[in-house]
Ligand binder design. Structure first.
Ligand SMILES: [Zn+2]
Length: 170
């Protein structure tokens, strides 16, 4: 199983094989469940991947087979809570982790075209001072960077400093 190719409108796109992705996700979930001392049943992918035409009959078969679950409602709720808790993104202070001070960050909006800052506000959009490229939403990428670096709370003054602008549009 390697890469999959989808051809649509004479355009070919490469994707990771979805079966491999499922296998990786399954492996990680089984490993996690075993760490939490839940039992798992090993089955091959062929038993799990079916054509859509067979889906309804397969669902009925499964429903009949598993009328009784191995966990009661309370145990399912507990497992659900654990899964959600484990699935929550870890909060990492990325600047601290790599020993970077805020003052060392390059500020301003970076141009999509030439990848350099700064872009300046002009005619309702942003213009690159390096190559002249215009962007209506360069600030969105900068806010995303800010979020990844500092978290989701942003004060107006900090945002202006990070974006390297003297005022903020609303
Ligand atoms: Zn540019």
């Amino acid at each position: 199983m390697g890469q999959m190719i989808r051809t649509a409108n004479e355009i070919e796109e490469g994707f990771h094989n979805p079966l491999e992705q499922i296998a990786v996700q399954e492996y990680r979930l089984r490993k996690w469940l075993k760490q939490k001392r839940y039992s798992t049943n090993d089955r091959t992918l062929r038993e799990k991947v079916i054509h859509e035409a067979q889906l309804l009959s397969k669902l009925e078969k499964i429903a009949n087979k598993y009328e009784k679950t191995s966990l009661n409602t309370r145990q399912w709720n507990k497992l659900t809570e654990k899964l959600i808790e484990a699935h929550t993104e870890q909060k990492i202070d990325i600047l601290n982790k790599y020993g970077i001070h805020r003052e060392q960050l390059l500020k301003g909006m970076f141009c999509y075209a030439c990848k350099l800052p700064p872009m300046v506000r002009i005619h309702g959009g942003w213009k690159c001072t390096q190559c002249g490229e215009m962007s209506p939403d360069a600030h969105m990428a900068a806010f995303k960077d800010y979020y990844l670096l500092h978290g989701n709370m942003v004060r107006n003054r900090e945002a202006r400093e990070f974006l390297n602008v003297t005022y903020l549009i609303s």
